[in-house]
Design a protein around this ligand. Structure first.
Ligand code: MG
Length: 461
């Protein structure tokens, strides 16, 4: 009986997580570290041979997720979803933004930084923004007090480094010295933590790497047995160690939620951890990501969560934890504090939809995943004659990710009722999306009825 009482008491303590923190008179700090194109299998704690001792320790001191999905398999849309808690197809950023683009995340959307601002949070974004590089779309226009970094991908020309505060944008480097980016990002982040230690703060640190072109500083270059990619990951891991070390040194360890993930799966190098697909596909390898959460006390140490969660859950979870008012727009993410506090192993939730660009391709119901459409060519490969097209599958494919994480065995024929239930729910959900997304969905389906396509294109892994 004693152990039961102890368990109940511990659960009650965890359940009171957010309230207890507020009661201490200090709102929790939030640090969100976001890698770029990091694979599900690229960290030691996810089975990689790459050396990531700091991230492995972060996982051991907190919680590691095995079913955490990015809302999109490429850079800009993933970030739009992360910062708004909504599908990128809902917020108007369904595809990657380029330096030639003049727009970004629309003004009507509320970011995590904007949500936290009325609560007295100081916020800084350090790294790759990629939600609009013109002043009206940079972080200081979206709730952040300061920004430092390359505002888009490092393969986009020119890879300019900007420093921005509200009303002022200055160019730090017209063409970035890519080798020293990670230590400079780290230095900027640590200095922000030091000068913000007396206020609640939100640090959003979207790293530039391991997006190509890869580069590492002299301290790490050539040191990994796994080539430059390994060097880059080891330097990212070092950076996480510096951030966690700074938090501890400032005495903020138990009042700071630190989250780590990535925007999409690995590109030309890196490991999807045995999952099918890579960046640019809606197979799991394109969107399933490492997700680590650490907050000693409220988040128990050494736990692994297999419950389904999404990058879109970060905003509602952080908002609830910090006592903020959630944005007025309907959210697609949910508060996953019951998972983070280990009160529940999984949560009941709506279907999770997988979009590529404006196209709905898959849907996830707990461990079941239904594929309904797919491109007729592999991403980042030459387009076939007639152009790259999103095509409906003549017969949707159903995979049980619990027993078949590689999406190798279609069980749709044996489970028509599950297929029908997911398809029905997809159609109901799609009615809530903007007209251009609904239209793309209708047009995809129409290709099937006209018989204009073979309808079962295969994309190589
Ligand atoms: Mg990316």
């Amino acid at each position: 009986m004693a152990s039961t009482a102890s368990t109940v008491s511990r659960r009650a303590l965890l359940a009171a997580g957010a309230a207890a923190l507020s009661a201490q008179g200090r709102k929790p700090n939030v640090i969100l570290i976001y890698a770029d194109d990091l694979g599900y299998g690229d960290l030691g704690c996810y089975g990689s041979k790459l050396r990531t001792p700091n991230l492995d320790r972060m996982a051991a001191e907190g919680m590691r997720f095995t079913n955490f999905l990015s809302a999109n398999p490429v850079c800009s849309p993933s970030r739009a979803a992360l910062l708004t808690g909504r599908y990128p197809t809902r917020v108007g950023v369904p595809k990657v933004l380029f330096p030639r683009d003049t727009a970004g995340l629309p003004d009507g959307e509320t970011t995590i930084a904007q949500m936290l601002k009325p609560q007295g949070y100081k916020s800084m974004c350090v790294g790759k923004w990629h939600l609009g590089h013109h002043p009206a779309y940079l972080p200081p226009a979206r709730g952040f007090d300061e920004y430092y970094g390359i505002p888009y991908s490092n393969d986009m020309i020119p890879p300019v480094v900007l420093h921005a505060v509200p009303g002022k944008v200055e160019t730090v480097e017209a063409a970035a010295t890519l080798e020293t980016l990670t230590p400079r990002y780290t230095d900027q982040a640590v200095r922000f933590l030091e000068r913000s230690k007396d206020d609640p703060f939100f640090l959003y640190m979207p790293h530039t790497y391991p997006h190509i072109p890869l580069a590492a500083s002299p301290r790490f270059k050539g040191k990994s047995p796994h080539g430059l990619y390994g060097d880059v990951i080891e330097e990212l891991d070092w950076s996480v160690g510096e951030i966690l070390g700074a938090v501890k040194k400032l005495g903020l360890d138990r009042n700071t939620l630190v989250l780590f993930s990535s925007d999409n799966g690995p590109w030309f190098q890196g490991s999807p951890g045995g999952l099918r697909g890579r960046k640019g596909t809606t197979y799991e390898g394109g969107v399933r990501e490492p997700f680590l959460a650490r907050m000693p006390g409220p988040i128990p140490a050494g736990k692994v969560c297999h419950g389904l969660a999404s990058t879109m859950d970060v905003l509602p979870t952080v908002g609830k934890l910090c006592g903020a008012t959630l944005p007025g727009q309907p959210l697609d993410g949910i508060d996953i504090w019951p998972l983070l506090s280990a009160r529940q192993p999984r949560l009941e939730r709506e279907l999770l939809l997988y979009f590529d660009d404006i196209y709905l391709q898959c849907a996830r119901l707990d461990h079941y995943k239904l594929h309904v459409a797919r491109y007729n060519s592999a991403a980042y490969s030459p387009a076939p004659a007639g152009g790259r097209k999103n095509l409906p599958l003549a017969r949707p494919e159903l995979y049980d990710l619990r027993t078949d994480p590689e999406e190798g065995y279609d069980i749709a024929p044996e489970n028509p009722e599950i297929v029908a239930r997911i398809r029905d729910r997809i159609e109901k959900l799609m009615t809530g999306f903007p007209e251009n997304i609904r239209q793309a969905h209708r047009q995809t389906a129409a290709q099937l009825t006209t018989g204009a396509v073979g309808a079962h294109p295969r994309v190589p892994n």
